[in-house]
Every structure is written in C-alpha cells, then in structure tokens.
Design a protein. Structure first.
Length: 281
C-alpha cells in the first residue's frame, strides 16, 4: 500500500478511478480514509479519487509531529505532490473540511473547487455550538459496555431514520468500518484531533473567495451545528449551501447516492466554470 514518509509523519493513501476530474477526499476526527469507501464506489467510474488516513490515524503511523489543522493540510498537499496532481477538487468532511480550507488557503491554485460537508470555518465554533443533546450522547459514549458506546456514537453521527433502516448491528458494523480502532474510548489521537479543533480559531476567508464551493449540511447535525454552514455560506461568495432535511453529521456514510450526485454536479459545474473564469494564483 502506498505511504509517504514525511519528516514528522507517515501518511498512508490510496486511489480509485482512472479517468475524469481529480478529487481529493479528507476525513474527519477519528475516521479512516476508508470511511469514504461508499462515496468512492459511486464516483470511481468517472472520477479519479484519492484519500488518506490523517496523521496518527489508521495506517498513518508512526506519528512524529504535531496534530494540527495546518499539519494535516500540509500532509494533504504532500499526497497531491506524490500523485503528481497539480490541482484537484478538494472534499472535506467535519475536521477534514477545515483541513481542505487550509489547503486552499495555502495554495488557492490547487483547489479546482471545495466541498465542505458537515463542517465549519473555525474549529473552536464546533465545540462552542454543540447541542445539549450531543453532550449527553458524548457522555454515554464514554462510559459503559462497548455496544452501548457505539450506539451512542450512532446517536451523535447518524440520523434516527438511518439507524432504524440499518438496525443496531449493521449500524455498529458501519461505524467500526469507518472509525479508527477504539474510537469510542477516545484514544490519544482523537484527543489530539479534538485539541486541534479547539486551537483553530482565526480563519482567513480571503484566499477562498474565488473558489467554487459546495457547503453540505444535515438539518439535524448534532455534532457540527447546521447553523455553522450558514456562517460559511455568508463568508464565501462563490458558495452554494445545501441543507438536507432530517440528515445528521455522517450523511456521507448513509446517503451515498444523494451526496455523490451533489458532489459530481458540483465538480462538473466547477470544471465548466474554469473554462471561462481566471484561476486563483
């Protein structure tokens, strides 16, 4: 499996698809790159896709450096360099949304578009705006038997309709396939990623002003409050906001067709726009 040995981290990455627009996928806190598998399976027929495990997560070990949004953005740029991709459509979920914003902030010319899913513009806002119901589920995830902890995570991240449709056993299996080992016990890397959210407090939106951006949120997101998508939308004049009724934080796991269709259309619109609009420098 391909890995990058950087000075302060080892980064595992993977690819799918052989033709079409280039797409870089970046996951959120505690989620491995394989958490994109459902989306990848839908889009790979006519897109080139790449994803990686964030530093310290999954197969991106050992970790030798800090866990910050800035460091994870630099890892993402290193993967793009390794692939020989001058630019790509950048897609980030949750913490990954902050990471791809930072990639575009550092290198606007490398962002053909942004897709910001269940995320915010400032990490600290995520922590300050969590609904009261989310804190209760967080506590239940911290204590008790393993099964109960994973079902508490489901309450935090999935819609009630999705859990009912899947059933408890398949819900737990889906989450265990997508999150790093032992996520519900809050391992050190997840605590470090949470600290990175707290530390991310001064976003500069100016470099992102010209980047075509899709902002996607679920109306019932109990992890990253949906109103934070409105803040992003107001700050980014080239953005389109889509709020999916009744959906929750991890809609990329359960609403594959709808999310994939929105992404594919956004990529196509951005490609068409690039033929006539000047690219960022």
């Amino acid at each position: 499996m391909p890995t990058l040995n950087l000075p302060d981290a080892t980064v595992f990455f993977d690819q799918a698809g052989h033709a079409g627009p280039r797409v870089m996928l970046v996951q959120g806190a505690g989620v491995i790159g394989e958490g994109w598998r459902g989306i990848v399976n839908v889009l790979a027929a006519d897109h080139q896709l790449a994803w990686h495990d964030n530093r310290g997560v999954g197969r991106s070990l050992p970790l030798r450096g800090p866990v910050t949004v800035e460091a994870m953005a630099q890892d993402t740029l290193a993967v793009l360099d390794q692939l020989g991709w001058e630019d790509a459509h950048l897609v980030g979920h949750s913490l990954g949304g902050l990471v791809v914003q930072e990639v575009a902030r550092r290198s606007p010319h490398r962002a053909r578009s942004l897709s910001l899913i269940s995320t915010a513009g400032r990490g600290r806002d995520v922590m300050f705006n969590m609904p009261v119901s989310a804190w209760g589920a967080s506590l239940r995830m911290t204590f008790g038997a393993d099964r109960g902890r994973w079902l508490a995570l489901a309450e935090l991240s999935l819609s009630a309709a999705a859990v009912k449709r899947l059933g408890d056993d398949e819900t737990i299996a889906l989450l265990k396939r997508s999150f790093c080992e032992g996520f519900v016990t809050m391992p050190a890397i997840v605590r470090a990623q949470t600290a990175a959210l707290w530390a991310h407090s001064q976003p500069d939106y100016a470099p992102l002003q010209a980047v075509p951006t899709l902002i996607l949120t679920g109306s019932d997101d109990r992890t990253v409050h949906t109103r934070l998508s409105d803040v992003l939308h107001a700050a980014l004049p080239q953005s389109r906001l889509v709020r999916m009724p009744g959906e929750a934080h991890a809609l990329i796991f359960t609403e594959l067709d709808a999310v994939s269709a929105l992404l594919a259309q956004h990529f196509a619109d951005a490609e068409a726009r690039s033929l006539t609009a000047p690219r960022p420098l």
